[in-house]
Ligand binder design. Structure first.
Ligand code: ZN
Length: 286
């Protein structure tokens, strides 16, 4: 599932070639994409618009249109935006939408599992949209301070891993980068979020940024969901410290990486570097 680094990688590839282009024709093949809005309404509204910029907020791609409207694209599990259209795409049954531009190129939206969404917002609706979803701050921005993270986690009894996944404390973190961030911070994924002390919060902030920055630098991770989707293969999967590495030695201490579940998701951690909730705070913890 694409997380902040994967979406940022897609964004940075799209922005230079899409900015300034006019949308001539939009064909939405899957009505589920724009639900509850009828696809033909969204398509008609987009036709004639000029793309002013392609931004990102959390895991959303934000297509800024010249009229002030925004098209929010959320890729969910397996969505992908391809431009220019790859060879042989006419026969691809997973193409959900085709956007034709004024330079005769096509943007292809492809989604195997169909959970992705397109939402067209009118001018001035963007901030309210994200606020209503309680979307947290951008973890790579300066404004993402330990104080802010601390406030977002205060009083929460949920495991810190779940708290990171729900997007309120920080936007854009998913299963991979939550596990990686917690390993960097030496915090067990099942520790109650509200019980982290000041030092742990500071370490968590650093861990989140480290994991995400590395992901952006490696142009995201390419996992089985994306195989063959397009040329966007990142190298982050070679940098995982814990994610998917059960039984392999922790690179810090050599202890085999363990696997558990948090928020219903497979969760990897080092049982030695990341002490379990009951051990935390016990004598002898360094
Ligand atoms: Zn370790």
């Amino acid at each position: 599932m694409p997380e902040l680094p994967e979406v940022e990688t897609i964004r940075s590839r799209l922005a230079p070639s899409l900015t300034g282009r006019r949308i001539e024709r939009v064909e939405i093949r899957d009505p589920r994409l724009t639900r509850p809005e009828p696809p033909e309404i969204v398509a008609a509204a987009l036709e004639g618009e000029r793309i002013a910029d392609v931004r990102r907020r959390g895991k959303y791609l934000v297509v800024v249109l010249e009229s002030g409207r925004h098209l929010l694209v959320h890729l969910r599990m397996t969505g992908n935006v391809l431009h220019p259209a790859p060879e042989g795409v006419e026969d691809d049954p997973y193409v959900r939408a085709v956007v034709s531009l004024d330079n005769r190129s096509d943007i292809i939206y492809r989604d195997l599992r169909r959970f992705g969404t397109w939402e067209l917002l009118e001018a001035g609706e963007l901030d309210e949209y994200f606020a209503s979803r309680r979307l947290g701050g951008e973890p790579l921005e300066r404004s993402f301070t330990a104080k802010r993270l601390s406030r977002a986690l205060a009083g929460r009894r949920a495991p810190v891993k779940s708290a990171l996944l729900d997007q309120r404390a920080a936007a854009g973190i998913g299963n991979i980068y939550a596990d990686e961030a917690l390993w960097y911070a030496r915090i067990h994924p099942l520790r109650p979020a509200g019980e982290l002390d000041e030092g742990e919060i500071a370490a968590l902030r650093v861990g989140i940024r480290k994991a995400l920055r590395l992901g952006v630098r490696r142009q995201g991770a390419t996992l089985r969901d994306y195989r063959g989707a397009d040329g966007a293969s990142g190298a982050m999967q070679h940098e995982f410290r814990v994610y998917g590495r059960a039984g392999e030695p922790c690179e810090r201490c050599g202890t085999p990486i363990a696997k558990t579940r948090a928020a219903g998701r497979g969760t990897w951690y080092c049982p030695s570097c990341q002490p379990a909730p009951s051990d935390a705070g016990s004598p002898g913890r360094d």
